[in-house]
Design a protein. Sequence first.
Length: 205
Amino acid sequence: MQFPSRLIENAVEEVSKLPGIGKKTALRLVLHLLKSDTNRTDALARGLQELRHNIQYCNQCHNISDGPLCEICNSHKRHHQIICVVEDFPDVIAIENTNQYHGKYHVLGGIISPIDGIGPEELHIESLVSRIAQSDPVIEEVILALSPTMEGDTTAFYLTKRLQDYNLKISSIARGVPIGGELEYTDEITLGRSIIKRRTYEVDG
């Protein structure tokens, strides 16, 4: 692809590094920004810089946050006795958009995947165990809202074994979510019903 300017080429190169954006789409976006008001372009650049340099992660649930604790963990309106365990940040957003869940969250930061070299020690599992052990009020239920993939099931199995010594209910979202599907791409109605109709998670053996 030929460019009339090195500056445009550099901008296209950087934008095309974003997931799902090819060189042609990147070029359209760059040209759109070039034609836009300077203030709009500056606001975008400033917003991205602030995001990259100032974003924090909640000390309690590991969700994206503007401070030491995220808004959900800080809220007195949430049910403190229920924790919904998810793989990553997009899953929190997806579940929140259903308006069917009002408890707290715990973001693992991934799922167990030996093929990718990701074991339990790479995830926020120990902090979940400590959180449950030290919680006041006592945690009554942990919902495993993990994608119904082999890796998701492996992670759910490990968590259930890890938490079996605590007097709490361990449940998982109903299988309205397609097998092998990603949670963040599930429609809000299906995901909301899966949360409401969650079932007790059982481990054989």
